[in-house]
Design a protein around this ligand. Structure first.
Ligand SMILES: [Zn+2]
Ligand SMILES: [Zn+2]
Length: 275
């Protein structure tokens, strides 16, 4: 059996214990948000017989936030410690043998990461949720906000893989995520990836070898990057061996941007949006 996860309230009066496996998820419903004064609440749950109040049970105050839904918090410091449903809950009676504990009160790392968002239709618009977890309406199985297509990976065909990988590492410092014969994939922020494929290897998937870009010319592909420090980004690109196409200037769309070509002629733009 896995070792228990411990949790405690802010003042330390109440200590709880859960025995994994637990099932963490995020809840965006108004009741959770209001009860915790937070944009979202991450809960994890266990069967009731795997939950235990180790200390301070007499300090636990219960509030029935809706019929059959009980929220428990420390009567001294207010920390939310648990939530459970009873058999007379009109909607959640089927969860009556589960106990939900806010992950934020745990002192041990979660046994497994959160797996989804519940009640996402109620989410606040002043906080950004950028993960790829499924988002459900209420506690049902209807997924919402699922884009039909999402950009995750850009692959560039390159002449010399080592040269291209060294260039991108030096220019941006993105960590390598995949390294295979003829292919390197870099991990970009926000879940994006950039793949570098040896030109002949690229043909393995496409059935055709893409045209090589003659020295001194550019490919019809542009990577447009927002950077925090534009001067530093330009310096790094120059040191990495990028070829300058157009120096930093304010562009029609309001960004300050500089244009470069990578060693294979792909156009690279580093830009800053002044607000
Ligand atoms: Zn407390
Ligand atoms: Zn909720």
């Amino acid at each position: 059996m896995s070792s228990p996860l411990h949790g405690r309230c802010l003042c330390g009066a109440i200590h709880v214990e859960l025995t994994p496996p637990t099932e963490p998820s995020h809840c965006h419903c108004e009741s959770c948000r209001r009860a915790h004064a937070a944009p979202v609440v991450t809960w994890t749950s266990v069967a009731a017989d795997r939950f235990r109040v180790v200390r301070g049970e007499d300090q636990l105050q219960r509030h029935q936030s809706s019929p059959g839904t009980f929220r428990c918090f420390c009567r001294t410091c207010g920390s939310s410690m648990a939530c459970y449903y009873t058999a007379d809950s009109p909607t959640f009676a089927y969860l009556a043998d589960e106990v939900y504990v806010p992950v934020a009160v745990l002192t041990d790392p979660l046994d497994t990461p959160p797996e989804c968002h519940w009640s996402f239709e109620e989410h606040v618009d002043w906080f950004e949720f950028e993960d790829d977890l499924p988002r459900f309406r209420a506690k049902g199985d209807e997924r919402i906000g699922e884009p039909a297509a999402r950009h995750v990976l850009t692959i560039l065909a390159v002449e010399d893989l080592d040269r291209a990988a060294a260039f991108y590492r030096a220019a941006f410092g993105w960590p390598v995520r995949v390294e295979a014969p003829g292919y390197v994939e870099l991990e970009l922020p926000d879940g994006h990836r950039l793949g570098l494929y040896q030109r002949e290897g690229f043909a393995g998937n496409t059935g055709q070898v893409p045209v090589g870009v003659p020295e001194g010319q550019i490919a019809g592909t542009e990577l447009y990057l927002h950077v925090v420090d534009l001067d530093q980004a330009v310096r790094r690109l120059v040191v990495a061996g990028a070829r300058l196409l157009s120096p930093v200037a304010r562009r029609d769309w309001g960004d300050q941007a500089a244009y470069f070509a990578d060693p294979d002629g792909h156009v690279l733009v580093v830009a800053r949006t002044d607000r």
